[in-house]
Design a protein around this ligand. Structure first.
Ligand SMILES: Nc1ncnc2c1ncn2[C@@H]1O[C@H](COP(=O)(O)OP(=O)(O)OP(=O)(O)O)[C@@H](O)[C@H]1O
Ligand SMILES: [Mg+2]
Length: 300
């Protein structure tokens, strides 16, 4: 349904944020996009939603070229973005935020029907209908942002860092909802730092590195072997190689290495790496060296 070909985006005066991104999302499919901070994931979602200008390349949605279509017309075609940071109207009530989400549809019966649907997905929002959005908990705010996007009955939902700043239990609840959207025939393209949870709901995944796609694989495959993910995250941080080498040499910089990993790798990937090293009876440092060696070869 979504076909992106060689997409390029540059912010004024900066190096290109996207340089040649090609990907697809099928009808009803769930696709995850993972990658290090600053790789260009948000830029890609904004380009799909029509919020940044595309310099080159094309976007086709259900057979129609939308590369330069205004954002509101893309919403009309069934593309809805839940942006990073949620972007709610904090002073407005929950109900009012939701009413704004339905303004494009003039049919009151349809609007009421959709509102009923999102309230059934997120019952807490019905209870909190009169509360100001800014006073909701973080999890409730994310639910509101998702509910607002779902009001237009999108065919493709773009989710940018849905779990940002939320407790793991709340994140799990949100992931369970994704399955419900899919049962309604909505395709989902999700950018996520909770990598393992994203791979668990997704059919396929793309790994993003510095403005381009470095890998594409069935989600289950990436989930089983997270070394490819680790190399992508670490590959963008060349300076990690020195502490790994030092730690492998046994000169006592292991603590610094672990700090670096904690900082640069999503917790789940770090844990998976440690478990893999443990299973194989190896040191994490040695496994990392192997992982980094692979990424260095690929880069050259
Ligand atoms: N409005 C802007 N003007 C100039 N540069 C920008 C702008 N927005 C993003 N960038 C730059 O484009 C690059 C990609 O940013 P983007 O927000 O797409 O990354 P990301 O993968 O979503 O990162 P994160 O995981 O931190 O959300 C970064 O180098 C960023 O500094
Ligand atoms: Mg982002």
């Amino acid at each position: 349904m979504l076909d992106v070909a060689d997409l390029r985006v540059s912010y004024a005066g900066e190096v290109p944020a996207l340089h040649g991104v090609s990907l697809t999302v099928g009808e009803g499919e769930a696709v995850a996009l993972v990658g290090a901070n600053g790789a260009g994931k948000t830029t890609l979602l904004k380009a799909l939603a029509g919020l940044v200008e595309v310099a080159d390349g094309g976007i086709t949605f259900r057979g129609r070229t939308i590369t330069r279509l205004p954002a509101d017309e893309r919403v009309g075609l069934g593309i809805a973005l839940v942006p990073e940071g949620r972007r709610l109207f904090g002073r407005l009530r929950v109900r009012e935020n939701l009413t704004l989400g339905t303004y494009t549809n003039k049919d009151p019966a349809h609007r009421a029907g959709r509102l009923g649907f999102v309230y059934s997905l997120f019952p807490i929002l019905r209870e909190r209908a009169e509360q100001r959005a800014g006073t909701l908990s973080g999890g409730e705010q994310q639910m509101l942002a998702m509910a607002r996007a779902l009001l237009v009955k999108p065919k493709l939902l773009l989710l940018d860092e849905m779990s940002q700043g939320l407790a793991p239990t709340v994140v799990q609840q949100l992931f369970q909802r994704i399955d419900l959207f899919r049962q309604q025939g909505t395709a989902v393209f999700l950018v996520e730092q909770f990598v393992d949870s994203a791979l668990a709901v997704a059919d396929r995944a793309y790994v993003f590195e510095q403005g381009t796609i470095a890998h594409e694989a069935p989600a289950a495959l990436l989930r089983r072997d997270q070394t490819v993910l680790a190399s992508s995250y670490l590959g963008t941080a060349i300076d990690v190689k020195a502490p790994v080498l030092a730690a492998a040499g046994g000169d006592g910089t292991s603590g610094r290495l672990m700090e670096d990993l904690t900082f640069k790798l999503p917790a789940e990937i770090k844990r998976a790496l440690e478990e893999k090293a443990d299973r194989e009876g190896r040191r994490t440092e040695d496994l990392l060296l192997e992982v980094l060696g692979t990424s260095a070869k690929e880069a050259s």
